[in-house]
Design a protein around this ligand. Structure first.
Ligand code: NAP
Ligand code: SF4
Length: 669
C-alpha cells in the first residue's frame, strides 16, 4: 500500500492498461521540430517513463503543413516522419512506459502566413490573418487528422490525443466567435460540432477498435462567444459516440484574458468543471491545469472528480514524481511552482523549453551529474537559489559539501518572493532543497557569515552571497524603506504608498500592498469572481463581468523610463501582472525624476512639472547590488573560488539563471 492508492492504481483504456493514473500532459519542448533533436527528445521522454509516469503525451504534431504552429514546426504526415518516431516510442517502452502522440492543428494560431481556419478572423495574439478553409479543405483536414493518428499507431504509439482545446483549429470550428460559415461545417452549434466529431469518427475508422483515442475538450473557453456548457456536454457525448476512449480537459483559449495555469491561479482551480462533465460521461475523464502535488491528484480521483490526472509542468520539474510518490518520498518531489519562466515563456519565445527548478529538463543528454572520482571538500557560501542548487548538485556527485548561510533560514531572495500573493508555491522549492540537503548529507551551518578563515581547509569554495537592495541617491532617501523590509515584515506601510522602481519586484510589491486577503475557504470563489469566471451554464464560455477585490491600499508605482510599466515581465505571465495592477487601482507614473522624499511624501518631476505624491510611505524597489566582498578576499588570498548567482551579476538577477549556474558549475567540477 502506498500513500496515493487512487492515483497509483492501474486503469485500462481501450486495449491499453496504464500502470497508474498520472498522465504527463502535452508540452511543446522545441525538440519536436527537427530530426537531429530526436535523440534528445527520446532521452527526455525515457527519463519520465523511468520515473514511473502512467502515460506520456507528446507535444502537438500537425496533420498538415497548413496546421503548423510556426514555419517548419512538428508535423506527422508521412511514413518517413513516422519512422523517426520509433526512437521515441521505443525509448519509452524500454522503460515500461506508454506514450500517446498529440495531433494538433494550430488553425489561426499558426505563426505562418499560410495558416487556415474556419473563417478568416484573425486572432488577437498572432500577426497573420488565416485563410478561410473551403468546404473541401475542411473535409480533407478531418481525414488528415485520421491519417496522422494511423501513422502514430504504426510508429508504436500506444494512443493518440486529438487537441480540441486551448483555442486551436477545433475550437475555432466550435465557437461562433471564429466560425461564421454557412456550409455544413457551421451555422448552428450542432453543425459547428461536425468537424471534431468527423475527426474522431475518421480517426476511429483509421486506427481500428481498441486503440485509445483521447479527445482534449475545452471545458471553459473563457473568451466572448465561446461555447455554452450545454454545447460542451453535447460535444462530449457526440465525441464519445464517434469513438473517443478518454476525455482530457482543457481550460481557456490562448487568447483568453483570464490566467489559467500561472502561479497566482489557485491549485486545482478548475477541477469543479471537470467534475461536472464527468457526471455526464461514460468514458474516463482526465483533470488538468494547476494540479502539482500527488496529494491533490490522489484526492481528485478518490472524490470522483476525475479518472486520470494530467500534470505537464510538474513532470518537467521532476521526472521521478511518480516513483517518489509511490515510495513514500513525496517530500522529495521537486514541485513545479507554476512560474512559466523556463517552460512556456521559452516556448513562446521559440527557445528550447526547460524548467526553472530543474534546468536538466530537455537537456538530459547534455547536463549530467556524473559521480566524482575524488571526494574533495566544497564550501558553498550563501543559501539562496544559486547556493542551494550548487550545494545539492555537488553533493549529488559525491563531493563533501558544507553550506554556510548568514541568516537563520535558507532561501535568500526566494523567501521574499514567496510572500507575494499568488507566489506561495515558491515555498515548495525551499522545502525541496531543505529535504535534498538532508538526504544528500550536506552539512548546513545557519547563522554563520563565513569569513576567509572559516573557509580554510576547503578545496573549493563557491560564493553565492547574493544581493542587497540598491539604495538610490535621492534627497531624503532616509525617509524611505526597502522592499526587503516590507516583505519580511520589519515595516508595515500605511494606507497611501509610493513604490519607486517598477521592475519585477516593484510590480510584485505593488500587488502585495494592494492585496486584500480572502476569508478562509473563500479564496477560490473570490479569485474566480475577481477574474470574471462565471457559471458556464449561465454564461457562454464561462466568462462574466469582473468583480475586482477592493484594494487594501492606495498605491503609486513610479519609474524613470517612459516605457509601459511591466513591459519586460514574462511573456505568459506579464499581461496578468499588468492586469492585476489595473484592477487594484495602482496609479502608474512613467518618465518621473525623483526630487525629494520628506514627511509630506514623494516629490517628483513628471513631464517638466512638479508633482507631490502625499503618501505615508515610500518603498524603494530600485534593483540590487551584488554582495561579493568575500569573493574578492578569497581571490586575493589565492583560493580556488567560484562566483555565481546575484553575487556575480546583480542586474537581471533571476532564480532561473541562479539555479542553472549552480548546477552547471557542479556538473563540470
Ligand atoms: P529591476 O528589474 O532591475 O528593476 C528595478 C528598476 O528600478 C529599474 O527598472 C529602474 O527603472 C529602477 N532603478 C534602478 N536603479 C535606480 C536608481 N538608481 N534610481 C531610481 N530608480 C532606479 O529589478 P527588480 O525589480 O529588483 O527585479 C530583480 C529581478 O527579479 C529582475 O530580473 C526581475 O526580472 C526579477 N523578477 C521578476 C518578477 C516577475 O517576472 N514577475 C518578479 C520579481 C522579480 P527606472 O530607471 O526606469 O526607474
Ligand atoms: Fe513549473 Fe516554472 Fe518549471 Fe515551468 S519553469 S515547469 S512553471 S517550475
Amino acid at each position: 500500500m502506498n500513500d496515493y492508492p487512487h492515483l497509483l492504481a492501474p486503469l485500462t483504456v481501450g486495449d491499453l492498461t496504464l500502470r497508474n493514473r498520472v498522465v504527463m500532459g502535452s508540452m511543446h519542448t522545441g525538440l519536436e521540430d527537427y530530426a537531429w533533436d530526436v535523440p534528445k527528445l527520446a532521452a527526455y521522454f525515457a527519463e519520465r517513463a523511468r520515473g514511473g509516469v502512467g502515460l506520456i503525451v507528446t507535444g502537438g504534431y500537425a496533420p498538415t503543413k497548413r496546421g503548423w504552429l510556426k514555419p517548419f514546426a512538428s508535423e506527422l504526415s508521412s511514413r518517413l516522419q513516422a519512422e523517426r518516431h520509433k526512437q521515441l516510442t521505443g525509448a519509452v517502452h524500454d522503460e515500461g512506459g506508454a506514450i500517446a502522440l498529440q495531433v494538433l492543428h494550430a488553425g489561426r494560431y499558426g505563426y505562418t502566413p499560410f495558416s487556415q481556419s474556419a473563417s478568416d478572423r484573425k486572432s488577437p495574439i498572432t500577426p497573420f490573418t488565416p485563410a478561410a478553409m473551403s468546404t473541401r479543405q475542411v473535409d480533407r483536414t478531418a481525414t488528415a487528422f485520421a491519417h496522422t493518428a494511423a501513422l502514430a499507431q504504426k510508429a508504436g504509439y500506444d494512443a493518440v490525443e486529438i487537441m480540441g482545446s486551448e483555442g486551436y483549429l477545433i475550437n475555432q470550428f466550435l465557437a461562433e466567435r471564429t466560425n461564421d460559415r454557412d456550409d455544413q461545417w457551421g451555422g448552428t452549434p450542432t453543425r459547428r460540432m461536425r468537424f471534431p466529431v468527423e475527426v474522431v469518427r475518421r480517426t476511429r475508422e483509421a486506427v481500428g477498435d481498441g486503440f485509445p483515442i483521447i479527445y482534449r475538450i475545452s471545458l471553459l473557453d473563457l473568451v466572448e462567444d465561446g461555447q455554452t456548457w450545454e454545447e460542451v456536454v453535447e460535444l462530449a457525448l457526440l465525441v464519445e459516440q464517434a469513438g473517443a476512449t478518454v476525455l482530457n480537459t482543457g481550460i481557456g483559449w490562448h487568447e483568453a484574458r483570464v490566467p489559467t495555469i500561472i502561479t497566482q491561479v489557485p491549485r486545482g482551480a478548475w477541477t469543479w468543471a471537470t467534475q461536472r462533465l464527468r457526471k455526464e460521461m461514460g468514458i474516463p475523464v482526465c483533470a488538468s491545469n494547476r494540479i502539482n502535488t500527488a496529494e491533490l491528484a490522489d484526492q481528485l480521483i478518490a472524490d470522483g472528480t476525475a479518472d486520470l490526472v494530467s500534470m505537464a509542468r510538474p513532470l518537467l520539474a521532476d521526472p521521478d514524481f511518480v516513483n517518489k510518490a509511490a515510495a513514500g518520498r513525496a517530500d522529495e518531489i521537486n514541485t513545479c511552482i507554476a512560474c512559466n519562466q523556463a517552460c512556456l515563456d521559452h516556448a513562446f519565445a521559440n527557445k528550447r523549453v526547460s524548467c526553472l527548478v530543474n534546468p536538466r529538463a530537455c537537456r538530459e543528454t547534455e547536463l549530467v551529474l556524473l559521480p566524482t572520482k575524488r571526494r574533495s571538500t566544497v564550501a558553498v557560501v550563501g543559501g539562496g537559489p544559486a547556493g542551494l542548487s550548487a550545494a545539492t548538485s555537488y553533493a549529488e556527485r559525491g563531493f563533501a559539501v558544507t553550506l554556510f548561510e548568514k541568516d537563520a533560514e535558507l532561501g535568500g531572495q526566494f523567501r521574499l518572493a514567496m510572500r507575494i500573493p499568488g507566489k506561495e508555491e515558491f515555498a515548495e522549492t525551499m522545502r525541496y532543497y531543505a529535504r535534498r540537503l538532508e538526504v544528500l548529507g550536506v552539512t548546513v551551518r545557519l547563522g554563520v557569515a563565513a569569513t576567509v578563515a572559516d573557509l580554510e581547509g576547503f578545496e573549493e569554495v563557491v560564493v553565492s552571497t547574493g544581493v542587497e537592495p540598491r539604495i538610490p541617491e535621492i534627497r531624503g532617501i532616509e525617509h524611505a524603506v526597502s522592499y526587503a523590509d516590507v516583505l519580511n515584515g520589519s515595516v508595515t506601510p500605511g494606507r497611501r504608498v509610493a513604490v519607486i522602481g517598477a521592475g519585477g519586484i516593484g510590480v510584485d510589491v505593488a500587488h502585495w500592498l494592494t492585496h486584500t486577503p480572502s476569508r478562509d475557504g473563500e479564496e477560490l470563489d473570490d479569485w474566480l469572481a475577481h477574474w470574471g469566471v462565471g457559471d458556464p451554464s449561465a454564461v457562454a464560455g464561462g466568462l462574466t463581468e469582473r468583480r475586482p477585490r477592493t484594494p487594501a491600499r492606495e498605491v503609486y508605482l513610479v519609474q524613470r523610463k517612459t516605457s509601459m510599466i511591466g513591459k519586460d515581465l514574462g511573456k505568459t505571465s506579464g499581461w496578468a501582472h499588468r492586469a492585476v495592477l489595473r484592477q487594484s487601482g495602482v496609479e502608474q507614473i512613467s518618465g518621473a525624476s525623483y526630487d525629494l522624499i520628506d514627511e509630506a511624501g514623494l516629490h517628483l518631476t513628471v513631464d517638466g512639472a512638479p508633482l507631490l505624491l502625499e503618501v505615508d510611505d515610500v518603498v524603494v524597489c530600485t534593483g540590487q547590488e551584488s554582495v561579493r566582498h568575500l569573493y574578492d578576499e578569497l581571490v586575493a588570498a589565492g583560493r580556488t573560488t567560484h562566483l555565481i548567482g546575484g553575487a556575480a551579476v546583480a542586474a537581471e538577477l533571476d532564480a532561473k539563471r541562479a539555479i542553472e549556474q549552480g548546477l552547471r558549475l557542479a556538473a563540470r567540477a
